[in-house]
Design a protein around this ligand. Structure first.
Ligand code: PNS
Length: 159
């Protein structure tokens, strides 16, 4: 069983994430999308909400599971008996940070590989932060996040 882990904050999941999830799930037996329980960041959506949004968005992907984790990513990957961390790269600006994390993870756990997937060009500008910024000020978020979660994101700013 070849298990990949796709970690992130997913606050909320975007179509850029969905593109990586759909493509990565085709090259492994099981893909676990792992939502970070972060103690530093103040997310817009709670952990339960982010997991729920993801579960609805990946309903059509048969070998994809949604989970959450805290602590070190490499410890979580080992606990799940996974072999690969999958990451999306949008632009050169992502590279330095991602390289640093990949090398640190490699140092801590040499048997775990980080695989980078280039983002779909249509989503290379897209981030959860941009979606939140647009939604906060009433901008159009259609096509940027899965249709089934659009209402949730819009409604979050109405409260
Ligand atoms: O979507 P994000 O916020 O860019 O995801 C970052 C994430 C979750 C991949 C990263 O913060 C992470 O792996 N955190 C777990 C803590 C850890 O293992 N840190 C050491 C490697 S930098």
């Amino acid at each position: 069983m070849n298990t990949f882990i796709y970690p992130g904050s997913f606050d909320p999941v975007t179509n850029g994430h969905m593109d990586i999830i759909e493509r990565a799930s085709k090259i492994c037996d099981k893909l676990i999308v792992a939502v970070l329980i972060s103690h530093n960041k103040q997310p817009l959506f709670t952990m339960d909400e982010r997991v729920d949004l993801l579960k609805r968005a990946v309903g059509h992907c048969k070998n994809v599971e949604i989970d959450c984790f805290s602590g070190l990513l490499v410890d979580y990957v080992a606990e799940k008996e996974a072999s690969v961390i999958i990451k999306g790269l949008r632009a050169v600006s992502d590279f330095e940070y991602e390289l640093q994390m990949a090398l640190l993870n490699q140092k801590m756990a040499p048997d775990i590989e980080t695989l980078f997937m280039m983002s779909n060009i249509n989503y290379s500008f897209l981030s959860s932060s941009m979606v939140k910024e647009l939604a906060r000020y009433g901008g159009n978020i259609k096509g940027l996040i899965p249709e089934c979660i659009e209402e949730d994101v819009i409604n979050k700013f109405k409260k």
